[in-house]
Design a protein around this ligand. Structure first.
Ligand code: NDP
Length: 316
């Protein structure tokens, strides 16, 4: 139930606190839109689950993700952004101004809404992954790697995230297996080389995970090599930690009754803009980007969303 006295009227509401959301806030506040930014469950977004950002232009020596997010946040604050912590639980985009409800009680009415809710880690979907969640299963090496110092872990996936996590864990652990379903890595050349040249990392190509084993916590994994082929083999590895790095799905569920999405849930935007199918609702960053998923691209689309929102508000 929403308390009438808590309805807040704003010109521009931004949902999400990653590079897209904060950059949208910098631009929207500099355009005098006095934006309110809902920070969501993971302050700073997905980037804060990584170790170091090496490829954001302007940081020749790399930057700690929390530092970078804090810098972006302070920059948005400097120009007048208001921050609200909480999760958006409901929206109504059939009306104008748009309604957005935070934590089922705080209601906002906004002329324009910028969705920048990012994406979350995917899991394999095997039963034992749920059984051991938080007891050896993790989707964030930076968050949980510390618990596996001098132990043996496995990272699932063959993309840039998996390579980055494997390298990070190799700095802490005795041994790191990479469980890769294809006969090759999908990651960029530089990340592949780092993995393949790291003596602590053993890449298990063409392996899939059947189940995790252990007494109350992960102690091993049963893998299958070349499933369905004549040389198919079942193999067991002893591990203490199992890290998922198999991609992400967009955090767009709460908007699904209004905003058009593709079959994977990414918000569909009109060509070369951030405009969704709803006038006044814009999308930026990974929630609308199945391809690039880079902080710098997300930041760029955040700027575009604020410019699109400003233009829309001026046309009202
Ligand atoms: P990707 O989609 O690139 O890779 C996912 C990996 O997981 C692939 O190897 C895929 O295998 C594997 N996978 C997916 N589902 C399963 C499954 N059910 N079982 C086993 N393996 C599975 O995701 P990332 O998160 O690695 O990267 C996403 C984007 O972000 C990319 O564009 C990447 O370049 C970028 N990125 C860039 C970084 C950087 O520049 N420093 C760091 C991190 C990410 P398969 O190949 O067989 O499909």
């Amino acid at each position: 139930m929403v308390n009438d006295q808590m309805v807040n009227k704003v010109k521009c509401l931004i949902i999400g606190s990653g590079p897209a959301g904060y950059t949208a806030a910098i631009y929207a506040s500099r355009a005098n839109l006095a934006p309110v930014l809902i920070e969501g469950p993971q302050l700073g977004g997905q980037l804060t689950t990584t170790t170091e950002v090496e490829n954001f232009p302007g940081y020749p020596d790399g930057v700690e993700p929390f530092q970078m997010m804090d810098d972006l946040r302070r920059q948005a604050e400097r120009f007048g952004t208001t921050f609200v912590s909480g999760i958006v639980t409901k929206v109504d985009f059939s009306v104008s101004p748009k309604k957005v409800i935070v934590e089922d009680e705080q209601e906002y009415e906004a002329d324009a809404v910028i969705i920048a809710t990012g994406a979350s880690a995917k899991y394999l979907g095997i039963e034992s992954e749920r059984t051991y969640r938080g007891r050896g299963v993790s989707a964030c090496a930076t968050c949980d790697g510390f618990f596996y110092r001098k132990k043996t872990v496995a990272v699932v996936g063959g993309g840039d995230t998996a390579c980055e996590e494997a390298n990070y864990l190799a700095g802490l652990c005795e041994k790191v297996y990479m469980i890769v379903r294809k006969p090759y890595l999908r990651a960029s050349e530089i990340m592949q080389q780092r993995v393949l040249n790291n003596p602590k990392i053993e890449v298990l190509f063409e392996h899939n995970t059947l189940q995790l084993t252990g007494e109350g916590k992960v102690e091993g994994a049963d893998l299958i090599y070349r499933k369905g082929e004549p040389d198919e083999t079942i193999r067991h590895i002893d591990i203490n930690g199992f890290f998922l790095a198999i991609g992400h799905h967009p955090n767009t569920e709460v908007f699904k009754d209004y905003v058009a999405r593709d079959p994977e849930g990414f918000i569909i935007v009109k060509d070369n803009s951030t405009q969704t199918n709803i006038p006044g609702v814009f999308a930026a960053g990974d929630c609308a980007d199945p391809h690039y998923r880079q902080a710098v691209v997300a930041a760029g689309s955040g700027a575009k969303a604020a410019i699109d929102a400003d233009k829309y508000i001026k046309s009202l």
